[in-house]
Design a protein around this ligand. Structure first.
Ligand code: HEC
Length: 241
């Protein structure tokens, strides 16, 4: 590892200990928020509570039974309807063949109020526009899950943010008094988890079952962050060297 001296985090001056602790706590909070964000985005996808393989495969591979629009209004977009009645009108419209005539008379007014605040031409949140029939039409076909371009876009920001962060945490871990073997194993596990986490998103595009790797990758990354934050904190404040 990076540090071979007898100087450990536990022997640092108190001010430095506090600074390192503060940093680790901030990362810990960021990590919990990340978890909450994943849960809130993905668990409603299949319409059942909890985060499951089905949520993941519907998000990445796509739904085998619903159009993209149906998946969205049954999933994380459902909360934006003003009433259950509005939701039902849209559901019925989709199931009755989503005609332009009914769009104009019944559905557009609902979308204007509930959806097009975020999905206007200007805002186009997540690249989605729901103002006119022609905008919505592209979500009426077979759902193909996350688009490759969105995947590449998220993956590169994610990777370039998480890899340096994990490396920094590994560096902090290397200054603890734990055995070198333990530090090495955790470091390699964490870096592999970063790789698996990103690679799994692309794998999951090929078959619904491969979504399992997204869950395994996410959990490995979660475990890595937990260890990389908690072990140094324990070393700084509790462990007797
Ligand atoms: C507060 C902002 C907001 C509102 C209001 C909103 N959306 Fe979204 N929408 C998002 C975000 C953010 C995403 C991307 C993340 C996601 O898929 O959950 C998204 C994604 C989508 C997608 C793409 C899903 C996919 O598989 O790529 C569709 C379709 C969609 N919304 C439809 C709707 C409809 C229909 C409504 C109205 C009932 C609506 N949205 C209301 C923010 C919003």
């Amino acid at each position: 590892m990076f540090w071979k001296n007898n100087l450990h985090l536990g022997t640092l001056p108190i001010a430095t200990k506090i600074i390192v602790t503060f940093f680790l706590i901030l990362i810990g909070i960021g990590y919990l928020l990340g978890f909450a964000n994943i849960f809130m985005t993905y668990s409603p996808v299949d319409g059942k509570p909890g985060l499951s393989l089905e949520d993941v495969s519907m998000s990445f591979y796509g739904s085998t039974s619903k159009t993209a629009l149906e998946k969205a209004v049954d999933g994380s977009m459902k909360q934006y309807f003003n009433s259950d009645g509005d939701y039902q009108v849209v559901k019925d419209w989709v199931q009755d063949g989503a005609t332009e005539k009914v769009w104009d008379s019944e559905v557009k007014p609902i979308f204007d109020v509930s959806c097009s605040t975020c999905h206007s031409e200007e805002a186009a949140v997540a690249g989605v526009v729901t103002v006119d029939y022609s905008d919505v039409e592209e979500f009426l076909g077979k759902d193909t899950g996350k688009s490759w371009s969105r995947l590449v876009g998220t993956a590169h920001t994610h990777l370039l943010a998480i890899a340096p962060l994990v490396f920094l945490l590994i560096l902090i871990l290397s200054f603890t008094s734990y055995p070198a073997v333990l530090k090495n194993v955790i470091s390699i596990f964490a870096l592999s988890a970063v790789f698996l986490d990103i690679a799994s998103w692309f794998l999951a595009k090929f078959a619904p079952l491969l979504g399992i790797f997204v869950l395994v990758g996410g959990m490995s990354l979660g475990l890595s962050f937990g260890l990389l934050v908690l072990l140094p904190l324990y070393d700084i404040w509790i462990k007797k060297v």
